[in-house]
Write a new protein. Structure first.
Ligand code: ADP
Length: 541
């Protein structure tokens, strides 16, 4: 017997309708790529998102057609998210930090029909346009006054398109399993792979994001999602903000600590989210200027492991709670989050900090397990580490256009991460499977070593890779960037790490470089580092 409740399809346009009706005067503030700042309300936003849908229809976009965006976090980008997805098309968020050949590959692979781009990216796309086989129109996301001289064909101004429409449009209803958004992984090995979100997966993910234990978003929140809208749904924040009626502040093309801090203070930000590198810069800025964090209460940090010293400094010096989160493009992205749990409430501050350094408990709706190489489930004892497997309604089933699915027979998706899970359910990533250092048959966690090293006051950034060793197969090489004018010897690093990691984990060498390479999603690029140090001979060789 089936239940007899109303069977609405779960469509993302519902979030915007909700915000328009219930939070019409709540603000959305946006820094603009062409300069300046813009401010309006959810009521205005909803009208413009409908005009955006009308404009796309007028350009010939139909159901399930792909509309690409190459854009910073702005109010216009959010209009396109809602406009394209709301009308039943697919919003393909393109990451501008991918290599040019990857950009060409993914836009051709997605068969995007329109590319909406910020004025910042016009020179980049001019160079690639002749290779973009399926793009019919280039929509530059500015008004006519700021339209650049360009060699791009079929160019339109976004503001002109919006101005020409009435906004008299009703969001259509269709199957909730319809594709909604498309985002490619950064493709550290091989070509980037497309993850095709559905309305249903995004809707359920948003309800999860709005739980008290998740991103700490309520209707009173003022949110600055520094995490880009072109990467993994900006962790679902724009949808969640509309769903809650929270004030949203977009930093546009600005990622420097000074601008972010100014927004935090001037707009009264209470919640923000970004990868660790952004906060590394911010903490330095705060230390140098003696400034505080105003009304900021919570920062969600993920994408890479959050160093202990970062969590401690945010909480102790600035009264800002850190939520350590883990996720992937393939998990929409929220998979686990380190909110406090009744069971650990009475632990000491040090023990609580130990737990916060872990990547958190799986969120409701995501199942997690760890398995050995043969697919046996490992115990949740906080020690046994194995392949992290996940499944759930916002976890990938099949990559876009792939001929077989990405999961095993039981629906588990292998994340490529190595992790352990403790008795309270807190998961800890020890490495990417391909980055683990295999020394004499034992595993050394490069992440643990890196986190321990960045607590050294003279170290700005640290990366650890395995390098060939004739006796042990691999031994750790630590590559560091020091604070300006400082230097750190191998002996000094050993002395610092001695009481923080097992003795046999101590790196065989510490090398200082000017810069550590990063991927398009802001992670340390271990692949580039391994290439750079491919013939490196350790002193212990
Ligand atoms: P990419 O396109 O670069 O793969 P993703 O965001 O999908 O971008 O990357 C997901 C990966 O990032 C995870 O599999 C994991 O290795 C890493 N990651 C994400 N969050 C954390 C975290 N909190 N700690 C450690 N690693 C993390």
């Amino acid at each position: 017997m089936l239940g007899q409740m109303q069977n609405w399809p779960l469509l993302v346009s519902k979030f915007l309708e909700h915000a328009e009706i219930n939070h019409p005067r709540r603000e959305i503030v946006s820094m603009l790529p062409e300069g300046g700042q813009f401010r309006y309300t959810y009521a205005d936003h909803a009208v413009r998102a409908r005009k955006c849908a009308q404009a796309l229809e007028r350009l010939g976009i139909g159901f399930s057609d792909r509309v690409a965006t190459l854009a910073w976090n702005t109010h216009r980008h959010m209009e396109l998210w809602f406009g394209a997805a709301g009308m039943g098309a697919v919003c393909h968020t393109v990451n501008p930090r991918l290599f040019p050949e990857q950009l060409v590959y993914i836009m051709n692979h997605a068969e995007d029909r329109i590319l909406c781009l910020d004025v910042t990216f016009v020179p980049l796309i001019e160079k690639l346009a002749s290779e973009l086989k399926t793009i019919e129109h280039y929509v530059i996301m500015v008004g006519r006054d700021h339209m650049p001289e360009t060699s791009l064909p079929n160019v339109l101004s976004y503001e002109d398109l919006i101005d020409a429409e009435s906004g008299d449009y009703r969001w259509p209803t269709f199957d909730e399993n319809t594709a909604c958004g498309l985002c490619y992984t950064s493709g550290t090995t091989g070509n980037p792979k497309g993850v095709l979100y559905s309305h249903r997966s995004n809707f359920l993910h948003t309800l999860l994001a709005l739980q008290g234990d998740t991103l700490s978003i309520t209707s009173k929140s003022v949110i600055l999602p520094v995490v880009p809208m072109f990467h993994a749904n900006a962790w679902g924040i724009p949808y969640a903000a509309a769903g809650a009626g929270a004030k949203l502040v977009f930093n546009g093309p600005h990622h420097d600590p000074e601008t972010l801090h100014k927004l935090i203070m001037e707009e009264g930000i209470t919640v923000t989210a970004a990868v660790p590198t952004v906060w590394m810069g911010m903490l330095k800025y705060l230390e140098a200027t003696g400034k505080d964090m105003g009304k900021l209460k919570t920062v969600t940090i993920g994408g890479s492991a959050v160093p202990r010293v970062m969590i401690d400094t945010f909480q102790r010096n600035y009264g800002v709670r850190v939520n350590h989160a883990w996720g992937m493009t393939e998990t929409s992205p929220l998979g686990s989050l380190g909110s406090e749990n009744g069971a650990v409430e009475n632990l000491s501050e040090k023990e609580k900090l130990d737990i916060q350094c872990k990547q958190g408990r799986s969120v409701l709706g995501v199942e997690m397990t760890i398995m050995d190489d043969d697919g046996n489930v490992l115990p949740r004892d906080g020690k046994s580490s194995g392949h992290l497997m996940v499944r759930g309604p916002w976890v990938i089933d099949t990559y876009y256009k792939a001929d077989k699915n990405a999961t095993d027979a039981d629906g588990w998706f292998d994340t490529g991460d190595v992790a352990c899970i403790d008795e309270y359910g807190y998961m800890q990533i020890t490495d990417r499977a391909k980055d683990v250092i295999k020394s004499g048959g034992e595993w050394i966690s490069s992440i643990d070593l890196e986190n321990a090293a960045v607590a050294h006051p003279k170290v700005a950034e640290a990366a650890v890779i395995g390098v060939y060793h004739p006796k042990w197969d691999e031994r750790p090489l630590m590559v560091i960037v020091t604070e300006k004018g400082e230097s750190v010897s191998t002996e000094e690093m050993h002395a610092f790490l001695e009481d923080k990691v097992a003795k046999w984990w101590l790196p065989d060498d510490v090398v200082t470089v000017e810069e550590i390479p990063h991927t398009a999603t802001g992670k340390i690029s271990k692949k580039s580092l391994r290439d750079q140090f491919t013939d490196y001979k350790l002193p212990t060789y």
